[in-house]
Design a protein. Sequence first.
Lengths: 195, 216
Amino acid sequence: MSLIAANRISYTINNKKLFHNLSFTIDAGSALHIKGGNGSGKSTLLRILLGITTPSKGKIELLKPNTKITYLGHKNAIKNYLTPIENLKLIFHQSNLESALDWFQRLGLSRVQDEISANLSFGQQKKLALIRVLAAPADLIVLDEPFVGLDDSSRNLLNKYLQESISTGSSLALTSHIRPEIISKELMLENFSND
Amino acid sequence: MIKIFQSEFFKLRKKLRTWLGPLLIMVLVLIAFPLSIDISQYDLNRFYFSIIVVALLMISFLSTEGIFLEDYEDGSLEQVYLVEQDFYKFVLAKVLTFVLLIGVPMAGIGSVFSILNGISINEVPKIFFMMFLSNLLLFNLFAFGSSLSINKGAILGVLATLPLALPIIILLGRGVRTIQHGIGFEGVMALMVGSGLLVASITPLIISATLKTHLE
């Protein structure tokens, strides 16, 4: 069963064609790895899937009503002036907070729990941001370069989590220059020359 | 909605400089102004309220300048959009938080200092309520301004909305005169309550649409 369908979508910005006439579906329990060079429109395509950005042509259809989506883009959406725990409490309130704190420990962040997030390293901030995705089960997981900045053990944890999520029926759309260790379809975005 | 409000309140409370700074500046202006002139030569009663109003205007202007910038820059706006599919509740909660943590104390400070304008202590609650409503209107207005140019220096958008603040200031001045003369206060108050409710419920819709265009 398809969860999301893209029908002939195109996106042009400042007269630069990023992609043209793209059609694909993402099935429940499957993954789509969007590949392409820098500036080929991978992040934009993810934002179009999420409904944040409107395509120049074509449309995206969410085929399952009330699809629960989790997303982590280039921006971590964490507050630098709060501690990691305070950030998690802001994100999760009471629901899933226990699971979030569990992931917090598993990712080795316990020793920085009293620091303000601004003092965390890039990788630690990335891990903290990833908990938003890891601790909240979703129908569709959308990740933009999730492996950047992660150490090997965290990368393995993330790969394992994503594979488990897919096998339990979640769908995944991600961009990554680091090859994910999950079974996925691939979508290659070409770099269009400007006419 | 309550969770969003709690989150916004928690975030702003943690940013001491954002909410305490404007209040300290307001106190400083209201204390420093009479000290900087020779009070004996002027009748302070006649114009001190104007200073309070200008301070109110400037402080609400400054405190809302970056109201959405942090959430835009750190990616929180995208996350809000994914959950809510619009920004109405988020904007409503954010502006209300600013009004409660900055606007209400400002109204308190302003109404206490209005005693220097010859307002009797019994009338101070009326002044407070009027200033609170003015702040509600001003914060909504300037939040809209801030949302217009969020990623291009929010001060530009806030400046563009500054002329729209003039009717609010005129209404506030009219309200004070009705208190001083003891007539027509209820009419002005009804007008302010009505416009306050209208603006506070409609402006978040407009700001929500503006924020969405910035995410595109």
